[in-house]
Write a protein that binds this ligand. Structure first.
Ligand code: ARG
Length: 247
């Protein structure tokens, strides 16, 4: 009896220790709630069953397995996805988020795992380049880097912001805008789905994607980073990227 009690105590202590070792505080214990805008193939989009799939959900699933949390994905517009993590309504925004100095003030970014550049998307036959971009009506997703750069360069009157990329592309196909400025890897995916569209490069700077964690949750940033770095070191991240880019 006494021995049994001692064993039980030892087990309880061990359990408490390992729970402490994780030491991860999230909105809901044992869960990692991420906000995302799933209009962003191949990074995050919905399949025929309305499940959210793509490079980032797949990487996050593996990270969550490693750090012992259950992944929950909350879909919303990009602007709202940023705000959710900023306000602590999600634990992190995982949405092809470009690391920017101004965003570092409101998120703690993890390490970055991929880089992209902005591209211009337009109808085949239109002559649109970086040089005449200022003469166009430009469609963007609200709150994105494409939105920020074009509004800074050409002013609000030249830019129309929409909540989702499906709305931005509808506007382009209906000639409500002349072109779109957006991340090149995602532009490629949309062009593959929409015959008659093409793209041109921009001279905007290279952007790094990372996950934006609610400010102050250092333990979570460290846990995600160590899992992410393992997945990068053993080639898993590259394999996931290659798989979705090929589709
Ligand atoms: N990389 C760009 C940014 O951070 C665009 C991200 C848009 N993401 C999305 N899931 N729609 O502003």
């Amino acid at each position: 009896m006494k021995k049994g009690f001692a064993v039980l105590c030892a087990l309880l202590m061990l359990f408490a220790l390992s729970a402490q070792a994780e030491g991860l505080t999230t909105i809901e214990a044992g869960k990692l709630i991420i906000s995302t805008s799933p209009d962003f193939p191949p990074f995050e989009y919905t399949d025929d069953n309305d499940d959210i799939i793509g490079i980032e959900p797949e990487i996050m699933t593996l990270i969550c397995e490693k750090i012992g949390l259950e992944l929950e994905i909350m879909p919303m517009d990009f602007d709202s996805a940023l705000l959710a993590a900023q306000q602590g309504k999600s634990d992190a925004v995982v949405s092809g988020v470009t690391v920017r100095e101004d965003r570092k003030l409101v998120f703690d970014f993890t390490d970055s795992y991929i880089s992209i550049v902005q591209a211009i998307v337009f109808k085949e036959g239109a002559d649109i380049t970086m040089d005449n971009l200022g003469d166009q009506t430009i469609g963007v997703q609200r709150g994105t880097t494409g939105h920020i750069y074009t509004e800074d360069d050409f002013g609000e009157d030249h830019v129309v912001a929409y909540d989702t990329y499906s709305l931005v592309f509808q506007a382009l196909l209906n000639d409500q805008v002349d072109c779109i400025v957006m991340d090149d890897a995602v532009a490629k995916a949309y062009i593959a789905l929409n015959p008659g569209l093409t793209m041109a490069p921009t001279t905007y700077e290279v952007e790094d994607y990372a996950f934006g964690i609610t400010k102050g949750n250092t333990a979570l940033v460290e846990a995600v980073n160590s899992a992410l770095n393992e997945l990068m070191a053993d080639g898993t991240v590259q394999a996931i990227v290659d798989k979705y880019m090929a589709e």
